[in-house]
Design a protein around this ligand. Structure first.
Ligand code: DQA
Length: 139
């Protein structure tokens, strides 16, 4: 099984960015744990701070991998383009968020992705990604 994990803006700073909200671990460290724990899965990891680069990557992997786990970060709340990219591809997408976006500012309650993804996992810290993988494995 090939799963693409795609992270949006500022998630390259995990580990140092607002640790009270996002924790102390870098995504690279967390990903290594996933790679160790799921030897049967081939992970393709991509992060960008640029909306168009995220759309390009969704298009690139969206017809060939088995599923995408997408944390579009702030673009979740603003990007019609990323929502349209998710609609345009073949593979299922799970939207994840580290923090509980619904317990935060009002502008984080809106998602352009939620209506077009298979499901959402929100608020379990970095383990939101692991829960996404478990959901895909059980599917
Ligand atoms: C986030 C939540 C977004 O509102 C925020 O802009 C992020 C991270 C999360 O994983 O909790 O950058 O997607």
């Amino acid at each position: 099984m090939k799963i693409a994990i795609i992270n949006g803006p500022n998630l390259n700073l995990l580990g140092t960015r607002e640790p009270s909200i996002y924790g102390n671990q870098t995504f690279e460290e967390y990903l290594q744990g996933l790679v160790n724990d799921y030897p049967e899965i081939s992970f393709d990891y991509f992060q960008s701070n640029i909306e168009g680069a995220l759309i390009d990557h969704i298009q690139k992997v969206g017809f060939s991998c088995d599923a995408i786990i997408l944390n579009a970060a702030a673009y979740t709340h603003t990007s019609v383009g990323i929502g349209d990219a998710v609609k345009a591809i073949d593979v299922p997408v799970i939207e994840v968020h580290i923090s509980n976006t619904f317990s935060r500012e009002d502008f984080r309650h809106k998602s352009y992705l939620t209506p077009v993804v298979k499901g959402i996992i929100v608020g379990f810290g970095l383990d939101s990604y692991r829960l996404g993988i478990e959901a895909l494995l059980k599917d």
